[in-house]
Design a protein around this ligand. Structure first.
Ligand code: ATP
Length: 273
């Protein structure tokens, strides 16, 4: 709902073992976990801890999951909001939400602030400036920039933001001292898909002999979110057939269903263009 723009202080239990694949991204983001856990190690040597990092990659590849895992690993609170919540917001509300969020974060530092879909507020300014909703977006973006500059580098608040369109972001966001680090999160390859399947097969009841390799081979182009979907859908299909375990055929049916769904979505997107 509009009223609740960000989770309060959610007790995050997600850690790196929930994030499959993404080895490079994990190595890079591990640094941030260490900044949160051992800030003195860096500041004693005169280092400035970065304020934030941008997670860049296609939808459903685990950007949100990775941000939550950072909070989980460092054992710090996770505050989040989504850029899309700010679209069509009343004048002044967006900026004040941003101000509130950072006020809370500062009180609870060290912590993570996560901004999903930052492109919705962080698109380059000055285009289509005659739309009033755009002015409000601009106010929100300006407030975000003000907040980022306002707190000290060593405040213990680290901002992670996610986007699939880093190219359209306002340059001001990418300047040194703001989101000057980018971490790329790509679609998984076959080996990574297998690892993601293993995570999402954990809660499922499977036959005693079950070789999951075929799943990775059947799902080129699938994101982690698609894979999570396949596993859940397969369980629902098996349950509908009153089975005790989820079998290979249920997974194949689930893959077909997800592929059909993706094709439909692509068709709609291409019709819109
Ligand atoms: P969006 O850009 O659409 O917000 P995202 O990149 O933030 O997507 P997530 O919300 O993190 O993607 O992923 C959605 C769900 O897909 C996760 O909650 C998880 O169940 C699953 N998932 C995605 N990537 C992975 C991964 N690498 N390992 C395990 N599960 C994953």
């Amino acid at each position: 709902s509009r009223a609740q723009l960000f989770d309060k202080e959610s007790n995050v239990k997600i850690n790196f073992s929930d994030v499959a694949g993404l080895e490079e991204a994990k190595v890079e983001i591990m640094e941030i976990v260490d900044f949160l856990k051992n800030p003195k190690k860096y500041t004693d040597l005169g280092g400035k801890i970065p304020k934030g990092a941008l997670l860049v990659g296609p939808p459903g590849t685990g950007k949100t999951l990775l941000a939550k895992a950072v909070a989980g690993e460092a054992n710090v609170p996770f505050f989040s909001l989504s850029g899309s919540d700010f679209v069509e917001m009343f004048v002044g509300v967006g900026a004040s939400r941003v101000r509130d969020l950072f006020k809370q974060a500062k009180e609870k530092s060290p912590c993570i602030v996560f901004i999903d879909e930052i492109d919705a507020i962080g698109r380059a300014r000055g285009k289509n400036a005659n739309f009033s909703s755009n002015d409000e977006r601009e106010n929100t973006l300006n407030q975000l920039l003000t907040e980022m500059d306002g707190f000290g580098t060593n405040s213990g608040v680290i901002i992670l933001a996610a986007t699939n369109r880093a190219d359209i972001l306002d340059r001001a966001l990418l300047r040194a001292g703001r989101f000057d680090r980018q971490i790329h999160v790509e679609l998984p390859d076959s080996k990574e898909r297998l690892e993601i399947f293993k995570v999402h097969l954990r809660p499922l009841k499977l036959p005693a002999v079950f070789d999951s390799e075929f799943l990775a081979k059947q799902t080129p182009g699938f994101s982690g979110a698609d894979i999570a979907n396949v596993c859940n859908e397969a369980a629902l299909i098996a349950a509908r057939k009153n089975k005790d375990v989820v079998e290979k055929q249920d997974f194949l049916d689930a893959v077909d269903r997800i592929v059909a769904g993706l094709e439909k979505k692509n068709k709609i997107i291409s019709l819109e263009e």
